[in-house]
Design a protein around this ligand. Structure first.
Ligand code: CP
Ligand code: NVA
Length: 299
C-alpha cells in the first residue's frame, strides 16, 4: 500500500492505554491519516491483510466494537470477538496468562473493561499492542474522534476552547489530555466531587461555557455506576446542556457527546439533534480514526 506522508510516524507495536501514550506529533499524524483514509475510496488501502484484531469487551458497546471491526476489515484484516464470559478468564484463568496466550494468536487486542489497572496488567504481559476500548478511567479512542471532529468542523484544534459540562469521567479525561497535546484550552464544570484529578474544573456550567468553541457532555451515570443513578441525577440537576446554556458559547460553537445519550438529562433533544450537534459526525469519525490508528500501529 502506498501510505500518505503522515506515515512518517511509526506507532509500530505500541499500545494505546491513555491519550498521553501519544506524543503531539503522533496524534497529529493520526488525524492527518484519518483525513486521507476518510477521503479515499473504501478498500483503496489494505495494509492489514492477514492481521487479526481481538475484541475483548466486558461492557456493552455499539460504536467502539463495530467501528473497530469495520476498520480492520476495510484495511484488509479481520476482527474476532472474544466474549469475556466464554473465555477461561471467566473461570479464573489469570489476565496475565490470557494475555500471554492471546499474544500468540492475535496482532492486536482492544479491551473494554472496568478497572484501568486490569488493562495495564494485561498490557504488561502482552507482546502485541493493546488498545483501550474504554475503562473506568479513560476512553482514548473516543478522544481521537472528538479532536478529529473539532478539527474537521472548526478547521483547527490549537487555540480552541473546549468546555466540558457534567461528570468528569473517562471520556472527559481523555478529551482533556488530547486537548493538552494539541494546544486547545480545556475547562470543565461539575458539581463538587465529580471533577477528575488534575483538570481545571469550576462549579458553574455558565462560566465554563462562556465563549467556548466546543461544548461537550456525557451521561451522568456511566457503565458500572447504575446503582448510583438516582443520586447522580439529583447531583447533576442544572448541568444539562440545553439551548439556554449553549447561547453563552461562541455563536459558531459545536456540541459533542460520545453517545449513547440520555436526551432530556445531560443534553436536551433539541441540542443533540440540532444543527450545532457534531455528535453524529464524531460517531462516524470513530471509524475513520480507528482505521488511521490501526494502520499506524499494525501497518
Ligand atoms: N462512544 C462509545 O464508545 O460508544 P459505545 O459504548 O457504543 O462503544
Ligand atoms: N462515560 C460512558 C461512556 C460510554 C461510551 C461510560 O463509561 O459508560
Amino acid at each position: 500500500m502506498t501510505l500518505p506522508a503522515a506515515l512518517a510516524v511509526d506507532l509500530g507495536c505500541r499500545s494505546l492505554l491513555r491519550m498521553t501514550d501519544l506524543a503531539p506529533a503522533e496524534l497529529e499524524a493520526i488525524l492527518d491519516l484519518t483525513d486521507e483514509l476518510k477521503a479515499a475510496p473504501r478498500g483503496a488501502h489494505r495494509p492489514l491483510e492477514g492481521r487479526t484484531l481481538g475484541l475483548l469487551f466486558r461492557k456493552h458497546s455499539t460504536r467502539t466494537r463495530v467501528s473497530l471491526s469495520v476498520a480492520i476489515a476495510q484495511l484488509g484484516g479481520a476482527a474476532i470477538d472474544l466474549p469475556g464470559d466464554q473465555l477461561q478468564l471467566a473461570r479464573g484463568e489469570s489476565l496475565e496468562d490470557t494475555a500471554r496466550v492471546l499474544s500468540g494468536y492475535l496482532d492486536a487486542i482492544a479491551i473494554r473493561t472496568y478497572e484501568h489497572e486490569a488493562l495495564e496488567r494485561f498490557a504488561d504481559m502482552a507482546t502485541i499492542p493493546v488498545l483501550n476500548a474504554l475503562t473506568d478511567d479513560a476512553h482514548p479512542l473516543q478522544a481521537l474522534a472528538d479532536v478529529h471532529t473539532i478539527r474537521e468542523r472548526l478547521g483547527r484544534v490549537e487555540g480552541v476552547t473546549v468546555a466540558w459540562v457534567g461528570d468528569g469521567n473517562n471520556v472527559c479525561v481523555s478529551l482533556a489530555e488530547a486537548c493538552e497535546l494539541l494546544g486547545a484550552t480545556f475547562v470543565g464544570a461539575s458539581p463538587k466531587g465529580f471533577e477528575p484529578p488534575g483538570i481545571p474544573f469550576v462549579r458553574d456550567p455558565r462560566e465554563a461555557v462562556a465563549g467556548a468553541d466546543v461544548v461537550v457532555t456525557d451521561v451522568w451515570a456511566s457503565m458500572g455506576q447504575e446503582a448510583e443513578r438516582a443520586e447522580r441525577l439529583r447531583a447533576f440537576a442544572g448541568y444539562g446542556v440545553d439551548t439556554n446554556l449553549l447561547a453563552l458559547a461562541h455563536p459558531d460553537a459545536i456540541v459533542l457527546h460520545c453517545l449513547p445519550a440520555h436526551p432530556g438529562e445531560e443534553i436536551s433533544a433539541d441540542v443533540l439533534y440540532g444543527p450545532r450537534s457534531a455528535a453524529w459526525d464524531a460517531a462516524e469519525n470513530r471509524l475513520h480514526t480507528a482505521k488511521a490508528l490501526l494502520a499506524l500501529t499494525l501497518g
